[in-house]
Ligand binder design. Structure first.
Ligand code: NAD
Ligand code: DAU
Length: 360
């Protein structure tokens, strides 16, 4: 069995669904259920004995230690984090608490567990830390894409906290020998993406007739990867990655924010035209820039392709169409997120359970 943290969030939930479909290996899913954790993301797994959900904080060493022992976990995949840059600017405390202190406590619980293993169980054990390209800082238009040996130059409270967590993971390998792997991925998009991030926010605002807020001049560049491709990359690194190695994961798909938003508008014009016959692009509104806004991210994903044979399966064209269609097909999910009622899901679905914090 593997233990996944943050598996009720956007990428974590996609990963749990992808993992069970691809491998069938059971998962214990540990998530604190912050505002970003949504158990409706995992509704299709209700009653599936291969998935056990536990509401807990990665900083709760006692809870994590108990779960590792109880399930004889063979690998940990750490998604749990505060993930939104704008929130980190307004309130960095939670980012330090979870991304830095939480990762430290998780590493300590895992190290104690791993020290107690023997033979193959010990040598085959893995701790995979899911990180971001934002730790490398920002690029100018002419700079080469981020490779794994690029300097760490984080610019936001979020990226600084992720950089700190990456350093802890690295140190736990070099000092204690913990068998770690780290992935640094570019911007993900796809189903289950919380509508505070660019792409889902634009889709839901467009459909609601609201403004589409573009920060600054909209020329900031991100490298977009369909979320299920990130999931397959993590599976591949877990399976074949070198101990202590880091792997950059990206979609070879650099685009300016304004172009992304125009693509979303064009797709919506085709799939759900406005009743007044106008284009959704008319809702685009330029607003104040994000403080310290990184200008460009780009991933050089040649190492993971060369060493592990991983490549993204989706092009941006196919992935963004699937994504827009998913939001059109799931208005209930969007409404529950927007009203906040997704947070009552555990209560509604599992109130009869003996321990409402643990269920399958
Ligand atoms: P998300 O915000 O959607 O989900 C984070 C999940 O972690 C939530 O379910 C939340 O409840 C849980 N969580 C938060 N604090 C916790 C704690 N202390 N203990 C246990 N659970 C906790 O984030 P996401 O976009 O799915 O990102 C997942 C991971 O991938 C993060 O580590 C992020 O840094 C990394 N990442 C994200 C992207 C991206 O584009 N979204 C790209 C590269 C890397
Ligand atoms: O690069 C990987 C990172 O991608 C992850 O580590 C983060 O967890 C994830 O949130 C994401 O960070 P970004 O800041 O790049 O994503 P976001 O969707 O918040 O913004 C994408 C770009 O769009 C960014 O340049 C800011 C801009 N933006 C965003 C919002 C929400 C807008 O112009 N308007 C908006 O309303």
């Amino acid at each position: 069995m593997i233990l996944v943290t943050g598996g009720a969030g956007f990428i974590g939930a996609n990963f749990v669904l992808d993992w069970l479909a691809a491998t069938g290996e059971p998962v214990v899913n540990v998530d604190k259920l912050t505002y970003a954790g949504n158990l409706e993301n995992l509704a299709s797994l209700q009653g599936d004995k291969r998935h056990q959900f536990v509401q807990a904080d990665i900083g709760d060493g006692v809870a994590i230690s108990k779960l590792l022992l109880q399930h004889g976990v063979r690998a940990v995949v750490n998604f749990a984090a505060e993930s939104h840059v704008d929130r980190s600017i307004h309130g960095p405390e939670e980012f330090i608490q979870t991304n830095v202190i939480g990762t430290f406590r998780l590493l300590e619980a895992v190290r104690a567990y791993w020290n107690g293993l023997e033979g193959e169980a010990k040598s085959n054990f893995r701790f995979l830390h899911v990180s971001t390209d934002e730790v490398y800082g920002t690029l100018s238009a002419s700079d080469a894409a981020f490779s794994e040996d690029h300097n760490y130059e984080p610019n936001s409270p979020y990226s600084a906290s992720k950089a700190a967590s990456d350093h802890l993971v690295r140190a736990w390998h070099h000092t204690y020998g913990l068998p770690v792997l780290t992935t640094n991925c570019s911007n993900n998009y796809g189903p289950l993406h919380f509508p505070e991030k660019l792409i889902p926010l634009m889709i839901v605002n467009a459909l609601a007739g609201k403004p589409l807020p573009i920060y600054g001049d909209g020329q900031q560049i991100r490298d977009w990867l369909y979320v299920r491709d990130h999931c397959s990359a993590i599976r591949r690194v877990l399976e074949g990655g070198g101990l202590g190695e880091t792997y950059n994961v990206g979609g070879w798909n650099e685009q300016a924010n304004i172009d992304i938003v125009k693509i979303v508008c064009t797709l919506l014009d085709e799939l759900r035209p406005r009743t007044d016959g106008k284009t959704y692009a008319e809702q685009i509104t330029y607003v104040a820039d994000r403080p310290g806004h990184d200008r460009r991210y780009a991933i050089d994903a040649r190492k993971i392709e060369r060493e592990l044979g991983w490549k993204p399966a989706e092009t941006f064209e196919t992935g963004i169409r699937k994504t827009v269609q998913w939001y059109l097909d799931n208005p209930g999910w969007v409404a529950n997120v927007q009203s906040g009622s997704y947070r009552d899901w555990v209560q509604k679905q599992y109130s009869a359970s003996a321990d409402a914090r643990v269920f399958t």
